[in-house]
Write a protein that binds this ligand. Structure first.
Ligand code: CP
Length: 312
């Protein structure tokens, strides 16, 4: 493959967000992810695309799904993986993000996957290192690989994204998943709605091309996809909802509210879930309606695609 062809496939050094990514780049990552889903079904053998490459997972915030699936993805591609988390790093001794980045850079990794609690921190780090950087979630800003795996899950079930009505419900204010999904779904031609109490809707979100609903039943009317979000209590100072009980009554997804969506509407949730807060527990486990564990499965293939696209 010529250098020109490579550039056409995914012409970016880093994956810092979905905002600004052009449809061919998004489609390239989704198609490559689908190829990895098929490949993983056929064989559990390790691939060698990233043999002799080093990936560092640098997580300043907790994670189950994203960190482990990046680790698994890297291993399946034959890379050497280093995992560094806040608790075990010298950040605990006062080292800054930039000094940490420069220290890791000196070890000459090929890629660093970063999660940080501040919006913009991953971009800042990418400007200080020589290797590629993937944003694994930066504060309330973006979580691009989550949006890609959500899109892959939707495509596998609905065959298209263009023309679908998608409702994103819950704590939109603090959600990087909502922002990345809004960018991606709008770019691929979906109609996106956000549903939440006024306290959990960011100012000017309508400028991102979404319709705002404060009433769950009205917002869910005739939608194809429902993406439920967790209340991010760790990012809240003060009270945003009167009580958890009241929140579930008005904004928790249960069978009664689900009736307002299309009869084949699919439920997604990026996890971690708070059962009985934003979603009824029995509904979350209903494999005819919910694709929550399929999303996790798609996460490995999507992260394989992102690692390969940036390193090939
Ligand atoms: N969806 C998501 O980012 O989950 P984790 O926090 O477990 O990585």
């Amino acid at each position: 493959m010529t250098e020109d062809n490579r550039k056409k496939k995914f012409p970016h050094k880093h994956l810092l967000g979905i905002e600004g990514l052009e449809p061919p780049s998004i489609n390239y990552l989704i198609n490559l992810s689908q190829q990895f889903v098929d490949e993983l079904k056929l064989s559990s053998n390790k691939l060698s695309f990233l043999k002799n490459k080093t990936c560092i997972n640098l997580f300043f915030e907790n994670s189950t799904r994203t960190r482990t699936s990046f680790e698994l993805a890297g291993k399946k591609l034959g890379a050497d993986i280093l995992n560094i988390s806040l608790g075990s790093s010298s950040i605990k001794k006062g080292e800054t993000l930039i000094d940490t980045a420069m220290t890791l850079n000196a070890m000459q990794p090929n890629i660093i996957v970063v999660r940080h609690n501040d919006a913009g921190a991953v971009k800042l780090l990418s400007e200080k290192v020589n290797c590629s950087v993937i944003n694994a979630g930066d504060g309330p800003h973006e979580h691009p690989t989550q949006a890609l795996l959500d899109a892959l899950t939707i495509l596998r079930r609905k065959k298209t994204i263009s023309g679908l009505k998608v409702a994103i419900c819950g704590d939109i204010l603090h959600s990087r998943v909502a922002r990345s999904n809004i960018h991606l779904l709008n770019t691929l031609g979906a109609e996106v709605r956000v549903i939440a109490p006024a306290t959990l809707i960011p100012n000017h979100i309508e400028n991102m091309g979404v319709k705002i609903f404060y009433n769950m039943k009205m917002g869910l009317k005739e939608v194809d996809i429902i993406i439920m979000l967790r209340l991010q209590l760790e990012r809240m100072s003060g009270s945003y909802v009167p009580s958890i009980r009241e929140y579930f009554r008005f904004y928790g997804l249960d069978r009664e509210k689900l009736k307002f969506a299309k009869s084949d509407a699919l439920i997604l949730h990026p996890g971690p879930m708070n059962r009985g807060v934003e979603i009824d527990s029995e509904l979350a486990d209903d494999i005819d309606r919910s694709a929550i564990f399929e999303q996790v499965q798609m996460g490995v293939a999507v992260r394989m695609a992102c690692l390969k696209a940036l390193l090939e």
